[in-house]
Design a protein around this ligand. Structure first.
Ligand code: FAD
Length: 410
């Protein structure tokens, strides 16, 4: 029997689910509240769309169950994504394992999805907002009434793919799905912005905005290291951002939201071993000449970072090497290795790439069906799964979407 399937949300996961279901012979309708498909997808990867990563593992995800993530990725992993994209006419290239369309354009990915949706005869209804789902029985059959901001529809299966709360202004991601799923009896794990930067204490505000440098950054709650990452750190005018901060963010946001005191400890010496450090310390102690501290350090560090440390230590840029005491040298170097900054808050959903939290994995079976209703599926970022930067979130959209689309059509 051809299933009549409604997919709510025409983003990455919803479009993927719709295509898999329609290729299996189902009659599929997508309802999308925006006026276009794949709005967020078109913005991914700085417009280049990092669709997945060859370095794929369940450990790249923040989820309630690594075991289940492993199982899902074994059903539909990175190689499946590459062949799926090939079937859409998109050739994929690897940059150190990070996968992008050969075109280098996220727009070409959206266009390929649109073409396939058209070719398969999938109906797309724009400007329709899912408001609720009411299960009912028709004879022996279970059916679902799909309530929207205008009409009501009836479907054999409903796939909820309405995404998260990240980027509300630019992508209309207002987290509608959480309320709809909650009304259906699902449990929603508290949500927070993730893959996001942090505002620092106003006392620590950095005029050195725009600095990018390699660093190792640890996030401390008292003496406990909550997260530790390495990479290109960005010092912004009111906080910190960049890949290592974003990668750590999902493990940190909850503490800040609970007003717990999180301190970032930055090591601007990440590639120096203890020997290099001691050699530098000795050199600074040996030099007793008229060179200024900043001139000397310019050969070692990003000058804006040096300015930041000198300012924090209230030393003055023109202080001469011969006037710096041994304890000052130790203190300067300690600041390069352990620059402490109290964090205030995250930059919020608008600046975040994903949302951590969402529909509990306990509410879905391995085939993405809701445990209380076989005909309701939940996919994508709406679920309590968020990945690291690097194509992992889209991989989750493809994995969950393809499984739901296939199973819904059976
Ligand atoms: C700036 C940015 C860059 C990113 N770059 C990458 C990257 O390079 N690689 C990567 O892996 N991940 C990236 N991500 C994350 C990735 O885009 C998301 O994880 C992914 O798009 C989630 O897919 P989804 O289908 O679950 O949700 P979405 O793609 O958000 O799709 C949800 C869809 O549902 C629609 N919708 C919402 N509510 C309703 C409703 N009530 N009724 C009907 N329709 C509704 C929305 O309009 C939307 O079209 C990035 C995110 C951002 C914000």
């Amino acid at each position: 029997m051809d299933r009549n399937i409604i997919v709510a949300g025409g983003g990455a996961a919803g479009m993927c689910a719709a295509i898999y279901a329609a290729r299996n012979g189902a009659k599929v309708t997508i309802i999308e509240k925006n006026k276009e498909l794949g709005k967020k997808l078109s913005m991914t990867g700085n417009g280049r769309c990092n669709i997945s990563n060859l370095n794929m593992s369940e450990r790249m995800y923040n989820s309630a169950s690594e075991k289940r993530m492993k199982q899902w990725l074994s059903v539909y992993g990175v190689l499946d994504v590459i062949s799926f994209f090939k079937s859409l006419g998109i050739v994929v290239k690897s940059e150190d394992g990070y996968l992008y369309p050969l075109s280098g354009q996220a727009g070409s990915v959206v266009a390929a999805f649109e073409n396939e949706i058209k070719r398969l005869g999938i109906e797309v209804l724009f400007g329709l907002q899912l408001k609720g789902i009411e299960p009912f029985s028709k004879g022996e059959q279970k059916k679902y009434r799909v309530l929207t901001n205008s009409d009501e529809y009836v479907a054999d299966r409903v796939i909820i793919a309405t995404g998260s709360l990240s980027g509300p202004k630019t992508t209309m991601s207002t987290g509608d799905g959480y309320f709809i799923c909650k009304k259906l009896g699902m449990h929603i794990k508290d949500t927070y912005p993730a893959l996001v930067g942090f505002k620092a204490d106003p006392e620590e505000i950095m005029p050195e905005a725009g600095v990018r440098c390699q660093a190792e950054i640890s996030f401390l709650l008292g003496t406990e290291v909550v997260a530790k990452e390495y990479g290109e750190l960005q010092l912004t005018k009111d906080g910190i951002s960049g890949i290592p901060v974003m990668q750590a963010s999902s493990r940190v946001v909850k503490f800040l939201a609970e007003k717990k005191p999180i301190v970032a400890s930055i090591n601007f010496f990440p590639d120096y071993d203890e020997e290099d450090y001691i050699a530098l310390e000795k050199e600074m102690l040996r030099l007793r000449d008229d060179r200024t501290l900043s001139d000397f350090l310019t050969g070692y560090f990003n000058s804006n970072v040096t300015d930041m440390i000198i300012r924090k230590m209230k030393m003055g840029r023109t202080m001469k090497m011969k006037n710096i005491s041994e304890s000052m040298v130790l203190s300067i170097l300690d600041n390069y290795r352990n620059y402490r900054m109290k964090l205030d808050s995250d930059y919020g959903y608008q600046q975040s790439q994903v949302t951590t939290g969402g529909v509990s994995l306990g509410d879905v079976r391995d085939d993405m069906t809701f445990v209380l209703h076989d005909g309701i599926f939940v996919v994508g970022e709406l679920l309590d799964v968020d990945g690291r930067c690097g194509g992992y979130n889209l991989q989750w959209a493809w994995t969950s979407g393809s499984i739901a689309g296939t199973v819904a059509s059976l």
